[in-house]
Design a protein around this ligand. Structure first.
Ligand SMILES: [Zn+2]
Ligand SMILES: [Zn+2]
Length: 292
């Protein structure tokens, strides 16, 4: 059974399609089960802050389900934006909520989207006359990273994996989403060269996930971006498997109906190649193993 465990409808601030539209597309793509994972943000400075409405999401999905009965299983998840200052807030948010899956992720460091040129530039030594206060988000996600000082890129990658390690070690979530998001604005070769230097850090994080019983996501959005490979790469999927990891979910990270189910079959193939026999689909925050 094909499953898509990471999707955003227009119940997320950056989603473009309504839930029913996403689900119709899922059926057309041959999926058997989906989990909608709307963004939940805790940093008041984040452009998405305050948008998530749990009651509205539940109501919307409850009303959409009957039309898909017997054709598509529809589950309710969230994607938590886990900034280090707000891990307690995230834990509090989860307490007592009826949810099927809590994806853990982060997107911003130094007020910039990770992996963008603007993000890497934040590691430049500050001009002493610059405002030392919080910088506003630039929102410039498209500028290519090639041409940025390699020392800044290395520092940006190092900081990214440190942050990811902190989350893997301490945060509450079920599955870690888009593990190596940092590579998204770089070509695949760019990512290979630079990420290879962080292999030790990345492998340490994968082992942490295994020891805490946390899952790893194969996010196919990367197949639609400059890096042109899944988050994470096949090499990291193999490393997670070799470390004893068994819980893997697959998600398109669709933000519009046309992206629903995109790359899922490819991701299943990568999982088989990495030695997995099962893909996980979460119900009531527990993994259910589906043969690949
Ligand atoms: Zn995300
Ligand atoms: Zn997402």
């Amino acid at each position: 059974m094909l499953t898509d465990s990471h999707q955003h409808s227009n119940l997320s601030v950056d989603g473009k399609s309504g839930p029913a539209e996403m689900f119709s597309r899922a059926v057309a793509e041959g999926l058997g089960a989906v989990c909608l994972t709307e963004h939940v943000d805790f940093d008041p400075g984040n452009p998405h802050f305050g948008y998530y409405d749990h009651a509205a999401v539940q109501k919307s999905l409850d009303s959409a389900r009957p039309a898909f009965k017997g054709r598509l299983e529809i589950r309710t998840g969230v994607e938590l934006d886990l900034q280090p200052e707000y891990l307690d807030a995230a834990r509090e948010f989860l307490r007592g909520k009826r949810l099927d899956l809590a994806l853990g992720s982060f997107h911003f460091v130094n007020q910039e989207f990770v992996g963008t040129a603007a993000y890497f530039r934040t590691f430049a030594p500050r001009n002493k006359d610059a405002d030392p206060g919080r910088l506003p988000y630039s929102g410039n996600y498209r500028e290519v990273v090639e041409g940025i000082d390699p020392a800044l890129v290395e520092e940006g990658i190092r900081v990214y994996f440190n942050r990811l390690a902190d989350i893997a070690r301490t945060a509450e979530f079920d599955v870690l989403a888009h593990f190596d998001l940092i590579k998204w604005q770089g070509a695949a070769t760019w990512a290979d060269d630079r990420l290879a230097r962080c292999a030790e850090a990345a492998n340490g994080i994968l082992k942490l996930l295994v020891s805490r019983g946390k899952g790893l996501e194969v996010n196919t959005k990367g197949l639609r971006l400059t890096c042109n490979e899944t988050f994470p790469s096949l090499a990291l999927l193999r490393a997670y498997r070799q470390a004893g990891g068994e819980i893997v979910t697959v998600g398109s990270d669709a933000h519009r109906a046309e992206e629903t189910g995109s790359g899922i079959a490819t991701a299943y193939g990568l999982l088989r190649e990495a030695g997995f026999k099962f893909v996980s689909f979460f119900r009531e925050r527990r993994p259910h193993m589906i043969p690949l």
